[in-house]
Design a protein around this ligand. Sequence first.
Ligand code: NAP
Length: 450
Amino acid sequence: MTDYRRLRVALLGAGAVGSQVADLLLRHGSELADRAGATLELVGIAVRDVDAQRDVELPRELFTTDAEPLIVGSDIVIELMGGIEPARAHLLQAINSGADVVTANKALLATHGSEIFDAADQVGAQVYYEAAAAGAIPIIRPLRDSLAGDRVQRIMGIVNGTTNYILDRMDTEGAEFTDVLADAQALGYAEADPTADVEGYDAAQKAAILASLAFHTTVPLEAVHREGITGIDKAMMDAARHAGYVIKLLAVCERLTGADGAESISVRVYPALVSRAHPLASVHGANNAVFVQAEAAGNLMFYGAGAGGVQTASAVLGDVVSAARRHIAGGVGVGESTRANLPIVEIGRVTTSYQITLEVDDEPGVLAKIAGILSEGRVSIATLEQTVIHDPSTSSGTESSLRDDNLGGVARLVIGTHKALEQDLSETVDRLAASGVVERVVSVLRVEGD
Ligand code: NAP
């Protein structure tokens, strides 16, 4: 057996991910040593309760509730506790005591990333976080290394498995949001408090991390526009399907170029219509996928498990091997590049196409009035479909096409727009709602990936 240098590895947390990382480190130690060029010695595991039942059997003597002595003197510190504190303090302590660090903590990186990267830069340490966005899927390294010579134009990611599971079942089974959410909670796909997932907070954290890397710009979490999926109902799903779309919660990170050539970026999370022909439409269940469009490379898609203890442990261990290789090679690590420092635009300055669904009075002249309001608002119509949903002559809902003889009825209009400025669109929708001919704005959804 080769006589490698020993590197001391401290593990903070042995929950869903940490316990699997410890298990793989212990079971595959000699294989990992050959790959890393160093023996990875797990010196201890810090947890809250040393007697708690673990997902896998691990040596009891490795556990401690005292993280500090483990951190000091370690070469590599793996943080898998989650949350902000004490994870932040432990990572800073590890960096300042000469360790390279590995973390999967998106909440921490999205809120305190700059502080951690700056601390690492100052001492020449490296921060690895492949598991912080899209779990097992390699996306951080491709953005940071493989695409470092290219210019990323746009990222569209399904980066939250819980919401994809819910939307997929609503789409494929015609189920209602609340029913699928209850199932997801029973199956362990969704937390008892699902807010972080269904309101898009988790996806927004990942969007901030991906956009920062892709555009070499610090993207604070507050700059990410965020909408969740709680407003999506069966009727919207059915309408999307009818029009050839599926609704997905997307994290969109986009480079924008103004008329004067000046560049800016937009980072946003919202449920959007995706054409069924787009590769993201076929991401089912709790899977994740990240679709990257780069100037030279073209379209790339990264797909796989966005969560799960052992799956995420794969990404963590890849980082541990990278950290070990760098530790052995020595030299200053490559820090995060934020030198582009592009301005981040508000959602109102973003341009996309939309699908607007309205319930309108089924009367002569209504269509002309609606078309006029859209045109005045600089929103141009690409497609228009109209269906009578209440016909007073029969007193029942019908699916016939809109006709002038259906006076007093209600019709549903589904308007597909060409690309329009979000600000123009939202002002136009307000004007439509106040026009006197629109009974109800049923939904306004952006179309992405067209
Ligand atoms: P978890 O199951 O809740 O485990 C957390 C672990 O940290 C537990 O072992 C806990 O100890 C320990 N811990 C928490 N606070 C502590 C404290 N103050 N002092 C000492 N130990 C503490 O979490 P997880 O699901 O493994 O997630 C870990 C990280 O990976 C998070 O940042 C998460 O966002 C990220 N991540 C998770 C997944 C996934 O599929 N689970 C996927 C991607 C990324 P006890 O066990 O003694 O309570």
